[in-house]
Design a protein around this ligand. Structure first.
Ligand code: EPU
Length: 767
């Protein structure tokens, strides 16, 4: 076509070959859908494909997953997305060849010109309101065509051309000034404020574009009376109709009741009551949006009854206060909000839902917006109890030096907010937020990038966590992504996907059966005193049987039966209290019964199984068994039965002894520890003692004391201890262990074997 031909005629009354560059984008795919329905031969290119491109291909789109000039050679018109650079080969070839090229908004404006256009504009709520408008007019029997910026389940698709109807409802995008391209019959102005300052110099520039659109609107202007800028621009127009909660509005809501997920309100036109409306999308801002729809639909002659009925059926757009998980204990919501005003409105809605706390995760969108609105962002999170900020989602922008999520976190903290933290690694945001969860929390993900994937991870894991909660009952505990550095004496290690504390044998058995049935890995941890957890944490359930039955110590004659959670030290002192000796060695081991059994721990020349007379355990199907000592196979620092089974309790045999003798041996043990072992954070002895020489002595003789990797260091007190000097990682610990092994082998020909149990994922992105 010629450069200046009538594009409206070309696109709506004739049939042509059209190519779209960047067709997978949410706005571009809508145009492609309209063009296909209008009967054009449509091709499109994009570096990505999507569900949308697949759907459009079924409708006839010829799709290319790269941009090559020859694929668009036949096209008479090229439509390009604003994300496309001038050097794009298709765009360049078309321009060089004198072919007509138009921006997305120009094409949309031309398509709308084939109908009576209804344009929805404003900074916030456009997609919701245009979807609501299209839905209400459709239910009102007007067969509207539509174009909205997101996938709207209730409308079926993001765009639709209906030959039967006269009207076309469209969302106008103000971000790049293109709303000035439209000449609609009706315009609805939701709100106007400072946004997209990457494009506009200031507020005056924004108003100029809105004024131009208003000037080009042939019929009525609808505007929200509660929005100061919209009101200032539109109030004086004689063809304007206003709506809102303020007294002066032509269409007004009263008796607004905001509930969990819906609102009810009475609607008045001047003094006349039109009726009651029930809206199934939450928040006061949506009451306003609905009033705009009510005003416009009423003016088009749709009866209030039909409007009200349609509104009750209206379902939200994706990513607009979208409920991702809902149970009596937790509510997870995702929202696309990325501007301070939207964030405030969404948080107010979240607060009004009435859960105990609101936790939020926010991913700033675009460096330019982060920089320009940082003060406003700082003040937007007042309604959130906890805020985790991650790094900026650049969209198509290059980073601006010094602009990061930290900037927003600092601004929020500067307002006196006490619950804000910064997590630069997006893939760890779910861990931080998930681990904060308490019963009664609402969790909100906010941002126009990909933060919702972090919420989805929590939602998926909560399904399992809630089932586990039922198993462990009120007394038991379950937490997501619990840092295992909190539960190991070495203070190292990534998170446990599911941290579970059963309190009874019955719930422990049920947990074992659940994990088996659901194919979830199960790892049992005691006091974590002999454990090195890798930095990627542990996938699946990490059970910590403790409290309740598991911490009990019962003395019966010379025998002491203790649960796996009971500390060895406490058994030693309970024995002393009953004048029983022979268990003083337990004083020297920092762990609990479970761990001592599992590795046949020892101290003072004694080993656990020298005093064990029987144990009770659950097998891999959760069935209980009792075994006597003589039925058990035991080795130095190794007890095979507990590789696949789970100890519940053990019975130890002590012997009557004089109190002062017991005291003396306890004292001896304490002294030995005090003088030969470090008090710093450690996992006890790292290596098993080789036949030929104690490992500590060997390391000492090799001159490796105090050698370090990062914050992991060989103790100067005892060569078989590696200590954490504060903030050491498992990677550092493992590197140091390797160095020692290599030296021992090279210089003394000794293969050191680790005594400490090394578990978990090396890859930090798995849990
Ligand atoms: N030694 C050195 N330099 C050192 C450390 C030790 O020369 O830096 C010498 C000691 O002087 C001693 C010999 O090496 O002659 C053995 O050392 P120690 O008596 O400290 O005992 P260990 O064999 O290193 C064992 C257990 C410890 C337990 C102590 C005390 C093992 C692997 N370790 O240590 O258990 O606390 O005895 O009874 O069996 C643990 O299992 O985690 C643990 C700390």
């Amino acid at each position: 076509m010629t450069k200046n031909g009538d594009l409206g005629q070309f696109l709506t009354a004739e049939r042509h070959r059209v190519h779209l560059i960047g067709v997978a984008g949410s706005g571009m795919s809508g145009i492609a859908g309209l063009l296909l329905q209008l009967g054009h031969e449509v091709s499109g290119s994009d570096k990505l494909d999507s569900q949308e491109t697949a759907r459009l291909q079924r409708l006839g789109l010829k799709f290319y997953r790269q941009h090559r000039a020859e694929d668009a050679q036949e096209a008479e018109l090229i439509i390009f997305s604003s994300a496309i650079k001038p050097e794009n080969p298709i765009l360049k070839a078309a321009r060089d060849g004198g072919k007509r090229t138009v921006r997305r908004a120009e094409a949309l404006a031309a398509i709308i010109s084939g109908k009576r256009g209804i344009l929805i504009v404003g900074m916030h709520g456009k997609t919701t309101t245009s979807a609501m408008m299209a839905h209400v007019l459709r239910e009102g029997g007007l067969h509207p065509s539509h174009y909205v910026g997101a996938e709207i389940p209730i409308l079926g698709t993001n765009s639709h051309w209906d030959n039967r109807g006269e009207y076309f409802v469209a969302e106008g995008d103000e971000s790049d000034g293109t709303i000035a391209l439209y000449h609609p019959e009706l315009t609805l102005v939701l709100n106007i404020e400072e946004e997209h300052l990457d494009f506009y110099a200031d507020m005056a520039a924004i108003e100029k574009v809105f004024n131009q659109l208003i000037g080009q609107t042939t019929g009525k202007i609808f505007f929200c009376a509660d929005d100061p800028h919209a009101a200032r621009i539109c109030r004086s127009l004689d063809r304007a109709i206003c709506y809102g909660l303020s007294e002066s509005a032509d269409y007004r809501a009263t008796d607004v009741e905001l509930r969990n997920f819906n609102s009810t309100f009475n609607v008045y036109r001047d003094k006349e009551k039109l009726g009651e409306a029930v809206l199934n999308v939450p928040g006061e801002h949506n009451v306003r949006n609905a009033l705009g729809v009510i005003a416009l639909a009423t003016e088009l002659g749709v009866s209030f009854d039909k409007i009200a009925k349609a509104l009750t059926k209206f379902q939200h757009a994706r990513r607009r206060f979208e409920i991702k998980y809902d149970s009596p204990r937790f509510l997870l919501v995702d929202d696309y909000g990325h501007h301070p005003t939207e964030i405030k409105a969404t948080l107010r809605t979240a607060r009004s839902v009435g859960r105990k706390r609101v936790l939020t995760m926010f991913q700033p969108h675009r460096y330019s917006r982060t920089k320009l609105l940082r003060k406003e962002f700082g003040r937007a999170f007042g309604d959130a109890d906890r805020v985790v900020i991650t790094d900026v989602y650049g969209s198509n922008e290059a980073p601006i030096p010094g602009v990061s999520g930290q900037m927003i976190a600092d601004e929020i903290a500067a307002t006196g907010h006490r619950g804000v933290s910064y997590q630069p690694r997006l893939e760890w945001v779910h861990r931080d937020v998930g681990n904060m969860l308490e019963e009664g929390d609402l969790v909100l993900s906010l941002g126009a990038g990909n933060i919702h994937e972090q919420l989805a991870k929590i939602a998926a894991d909560l399904v399992i966590a809630e089932k586990i909660k039922e198993i462990v009952g009120e007394d038991g505990d379950i937490r997501l992504y619990e840092p295992l550095s909190k539960h190991t004496t070495l203070r190292v290690g990534g998170p446990a996907q599911f941290w579970v504390e059963p309190r009874t044998e019955k719930s422990f058995a049920e947990l074992i059966r659940f994990c088996r049935r659901e194919n979830i890995p199960l790892f049992v941890i005691g006091r974590g005193s002999n454990l090195l957890v890798r930095d990627g944490g542990i996938r699946g359930v990490v059970a910590h049987p403790s409290g309740g039955e598991f911490d009990k110590i019962d003395i019966d004659g010379n025998e002491i039966t203790a649960g796996v959670g009971a500390k060895l030290k406490e058994i030693a002192y309970a024995a002393r209290g009953a004048d029983l000796g022979g268990l003083e060695w337990m004083e020297g081991i920092p762990g609990a019964v479970g761990g001592a059994l599992r590795m046949n721990a020892g101290a003072m020349g004694a080993q656990t199984f020298e005093t064990v007379v029987g144990i009770r355990y659950l097998d891999s199907e959760g069935n209980p068994h009792d075994k006597n000592r003589d039925q058990l196979e035991v080795h130095y620092r190794h007890f095979p039965l507990l590789q696949k089974n789970f100890a519940v309790s053990a019975t130890f045999r002590a012997r009557p002894a004089k109190r002062d003798q017991i005291e003396a041996r306890l004292h001896e043990s304490q002294e030995k520890r005090r003088t030969t072992q470090p008090i710093a954070k450690s996992a006890g002895c790292i290596f098993k003692n080789p036949q030929t020489c104690p490992a500590g002595k060997l390391v000492d003789e090799l001159g490796l004391k105090n050698s370090a990797v990062g914050k992991a260091r060989v103790s100067e007190v005892h060569g078989n201890f590696i200590v954490n000097d504060g903030g050491a990682t498992a990677t550092e610990m493992l590197a140091l262990i390797d160095q020692i092994k290599t030296e021992a082998k090279a210089k003394r020909g000794i293969e050191l074997e680790t005594e400490v149990q090394i578990v978990g994922e090396a890859d930090p992105g798995i849990v």
